[in-house]
Design a protein around this ligand. Sequence first.
Ligand code: BGC
Length: 375
Amino acid sequence: MRKTLSIFFVSMVSSALVFSAQAAEKGKGSIKKSEYGKTPDGKAVDLYTLTNAKGMVAKLITYGAICTELHTPDRNGKLGDIVLGFDNLQQFQGEHPYFGSTIGRVANRIAKGKFTLEGKNYTLAVNNGPNSLHGGLKGFNRVLWKAEPREAKDSVAVKFSYLSPNGEEGYPGNLTVTVTYILTDKNELKIEYTASTDRTTILNLTHHGYFNLAGEGDILGHQMTLAADRFTPVDDTLIPTGELAKVKGTPMDFTKPMAIGSRIGQLTNDPRGYDHNYVLNKGDKKLGFALRVYEPKSGRQMELYTTEPGLQFYTGNFLDGSLKGKYGVIYKKHFGFCVEADHFPDSIHHPNFPSIVLKPGEKYQQTTIHKFSAH
Ligand code: BGC
């Protein structure tokens, strides 16, 4: 009886959830749409489950264009979820440090939440010490995106789009923005962004996934190679001084593979850990290699390629055990790392940094590829 009941229950749940499933043919990717929850004002939030031909899975929700789960194989082919996050909408709507989120309009900090553009002064919400962080109080991680599934011969994807009205969170211009997550059959998660505006504005989009290639514990034993000879030192509110300093001879140097934790104790910031923007050697605009992270126990490896000039490397220093995530895991310090490909923090106040100004008639484009393998 119990068995019959549970079979009945499982089939009820799956038929209710699977909206536009492709036949899960062997060797072919699939896209499933299901209900994830409702916002407090009653709007439906959808979950898209992308599965590629090799069985790798990415789950994405229309709230915040957030990647909630990412399952990649270890060296024995066993899938594991390698990103931090929650298993319910309520927690994603509550306070959390941008798990899996799409960040906009401007990633990282703008000093004092103020900037001047074409002679006009703009004021943003100050939500991080004296500065504005990650788009303000209701950034792109807290808005509802429209979603469109997309299939190609060797990939499955979901394209999110959003119209950010002029003045939203203090930023000028009606901004049309899209972010497309493409899961290829080569085990790549490709994130493509586009945007255009009707008034001069500033824009710096990124993805704020917290990775843990072991799927558990801290990330200090992960080995990283980061193709950056320079970084942008910051003041004690994490605003760049403007200098492009050399990493050579410092704990910032990952030009050769090094365990993330090998020199973390030599850093002096509080809470201690990496939270720094690197100047990628590949330069601006062209798609190129940024980093490789290898986790020895599972054999999982992630490589990152981007069109962006910078990369914020953050070792989850502010995780303090107060959040319980998926699978009941308590997220402690250094349980995940972020590799946010973008322009440099506070670029609008630093004429020597690549510009984040977007003008009417221009097209903002970014591509960042996370390539997964195991050995
Ligand atoms: C920032 C950190 C911040 C974290 C979560 C990162 O991009 O560099 O300083 O704590 O996001 O908010």
